[in-house]
Write a protein that binds this ligand. Structure first.
Ligand SMILES: O=C(O)[C@H](O)CO
Length: 262
């Protein structure tokens, strides 16, 4: 988003991520800047569970099989076999508020082990019982790899061919952060060549995704249209927080959730 208006004093994005904002310009012009983190954690975590279940249970393939009359009466005990969450290792890349909310939900599915990676080990990770590991180790041992990192220079395209090659052939990759953290052609190749089992994506490149996009043709890829925080309660909370941030800034008070631009 470009920041025109020379009189602009306050910018608040009704999102948690702010990779779409020209932060350099905000810094240069001393504009007060806020976002709406936290209040969307539960909504986005629910959407992640939707993707984890749909991708691991081969929802797209099953649905297409019914539509194409491929669902046979005779039992085929090997048909549409899924990957289990029960007993699995879940790897969370970016254990922020959203990552932790996803992990908490998955505990109820009897996950055997949680691992996470990021800049540093976190007390909340320890308190939850998750183990801090390197990115490579996480890719190697996880049955479910969940991307919940902000898009930065550092995370840009971090899920590339090299990363997918390190994952298990049975791994499920889920992205609820930003499409930019994935090298999408590499992901498509990994899914086509069954280098990984499936993917669930709420974010992708570009958005909106054209209706004839290759991602939509893959039987092992579940795509939702960036609806992680699109629930009535969540959006209301985001709108309220954004409005209060603006009011506070205009009154010369600190915002409730300022973005600290360094
Ligand atoms: O960052 C967020 O708030 C959501 O992904 C919506 O963009």
């Amino acid at each position: 988003m470009s920041l025109t208006g020379p009189k602009l004093r306050v910018v608040v994005t009704m999102t948690a991520g702010y990779d779409n904002i020209d932060v350099e310009e905000i810094k240069k012009r001393g504009i007060k800047f806020g976002n709406t983190p936290g209040v969307l954690n539960d909504g986005v975590a629910d959407a992640a569970i939707l993707l984890i279940l749909a991708a691991s249970r081969r929802y797209i393939e099953g649905r297409k099989a019914i539509e194409q009359s491929l669902w046979k009466f005779e039992l085929n005990a090997q048909w549409l076999l899924a990957q289990d969450i029960n007993g699995s290792t879940v790897g969370i890349v970016g254990l922020g508020g959203i990552g932790l909310a996803i992990a908490k939900r998955l505990k109820g599915f009897n996950v055997a082990k949680f691992v996470y990676t990021g800049h540093r080990e976190k007390p909340e990770g320890k308190a939850f019982g998750a183990e801090f590991v390197s990115f490579d180790e996480l890719l190697k041992i996880s049955d479910f790899v969940i991307a919940s990192v902000p898009l930065t220079k550092e995370t840009d395209q971090m899920f590339n061919a090299e990363a997918f090659a390190k994952m298990k052939k049975t791994a499920i990759f889920v992205n609820i952060s930003r499409g930019g953290v994935v090298n999408q052609p590499d992901l498509i190749a990994a899914l086509k060549q069954n280098k990984i089992f499936a993917a669930g994506l709420d974010v992708m490149t570009p958005e909106p995704l054209p209706s004839d996009h290759e991602l939509l043709k893959l039987p092992n890829c579940v795509v939702t249209p960036h609806i992680g925080c699109a629930t009535e309660k969540t959006r209301n909370k985001m709108a309220e927080l954004a409005a209060n941030n603006i009011l506070k800034a205009l009154k010369g008070e600190p915002m409730l959730t300022p973005v600290v631009v360094t």
